[in-house]
Design a protein around this ligand. Sequence first.
Ligand SMILES: [Zn+2]
Ligand SMILES: [Zn+2]
Length: 130
Amino acid sequence: MNRRFSVQKKMIKESLKRLDHPTAAQVYEEIRKVYPQISLGTVYRNLNIMVEDGEIMRLPFSGAPDHFDQNPEEHYHIVCSRCGRIFDTDGIPHELLAELDEAVQACAGVEVQSRILIFYGICAACKKVQ
Ligand SMILES: [Zn+2]
Ligand SMILES: [Zn+2]
């Protein structure tokens, strides 16, 4: 791995932490402030490599840009339908997931290997201003 690549990767990782589930464009805007020579293509390329290497997670949304998560471990998300903020859902009981896998397997006859679950709702901050 060359030095330039590792510097870029480090900046991308740090901005993923700061921005909390950003899109590639948001990462780019953030890094550009301190490193104006970076291109959106470079950010995309690095993000894709990091996803492939299992260092970060991609959150795909149909019809909208992917979001990226600095935590590569399987965990699930809830999106606020009003402000679009993405939150981690912690503590879904493992038994519940196992039951869900079984139900899916029974329906489709395919063994579940991993899951991407995205829930939608109105977050606490948006509820307050209702
Ligand atoms: Zn909200
Ligand atoms: Zn997350």
